[in-house]
Write a protein that binds this ligand. Structure first.
Ligand code: ADP
Ligand code: MG
Length: 224
């Protein structure tokens, strides 16, 4: 199928098998999904249903065992490793369940780690993003001086540094209490007109803001 210059992110019949000795786990089974350039998409499913695996495939962090994924019409399987790296670095942002921050850097320095080398606008943009996320007053603190919710907001700021076209978030609220969880979801949702946000979670309560919700079960996906 010729995808041409179709905008957005789309996957056709993708699967992912993990091989562990003689064991094979089919974590993603023939998933097809077609997502526009903007919007806030939630993927809901219980633990072990394949949410992280699917997110890693869509984000180009893992290669599909079969099927094809396209970003703005470009097929992942036709990209060299370097091109995929460039796609991830320049066009995608990632937020994970645990806030992977450098302990020895300040919050601001951590966010700047997401900027491209030589980007002289980075600091000004990071300040703007910190303001928007309500963490400007924490810019000079180290991660250990911040609450879980604040650390997660630093991760969101880092993910937003390059104005990505897609933000992938893997259970970004799982380590937070409900109130902080909702704030984090609101902050991701606020990006919905600037790009596509895909959040996977096992917590239905976190998906109030979503434009579209999919359910994942045993590696398969269905729109809700
Ligand atoms: N690296 C791996 N090696 C082998 N099996 C894995 C690996 N990662 C995940 N799995 C298995 O794949 C399935 C889906 O896992 P995962 O994508 O992490 O689901 P979820 O994020 O919904 O909890 C599970 O059965 C899990 O045990
Ligand atoms: Mg997971």
């Amino acid at each position: 199928m010729n995808e041409g210059q179709k905008k957005g992110l789309c996957a056709e019949n993708i699967s992912l098998a993990y091989h562990d000795g003689s064991d094979v786990t089919l974590a993603v089974r023939g998933v097809t999904i077609d997502l526009a350039e903007t919007g806030f998409v939630g993927i809901l499913g219980p633990s072990g249903s394949g949410k992280s695996s699917l997110l890693y495939l869509l984000g180009g962090l893992k290669r599909a065992s079969s099927g094809e994924i396209y970003h703005n019409g470009c097929a992942y399987s036709e990209m060299k490793e370097k091109e995929r790296l460039r796609l991830r670095r320049n066009h995608y942002g990632f937020v994970f369940q645990q806030s992977y921050l450098f302990d020895y850097l300040t919050a601001m320095e951590n966010a700047l780690a997401g900027a491209s080398p030589g980007d002289d606008q980075a600091l000004a943009r990071a300040m703007e993003i910190f303001e928007e996320l309500g963490i400007a007053r924490h810019a000079k603190k180290r991660p250990r001086q911040l609450s879980g919710g604040e650390r997660q907001r630093v991760c969101i700021a880092r993910a937003m540094m390059n104005s990505p076209s897609v933000i992938f978030a893997d259970e970004p609220t799982a380590a937070l209490d409900r109130q902080n969880g909702h704030r984090v979801m609101e902050m991701l949702a606020a990006y919905r007109d600037r790009g596509l946000i895909i959040v996977v979670t096992h917590d239905t309560a976190m998906l109030d803001e979503c434009d579209r919700i999919y359910r994942m079960r045993d590696g398969t996906l269905q729109e809700n």
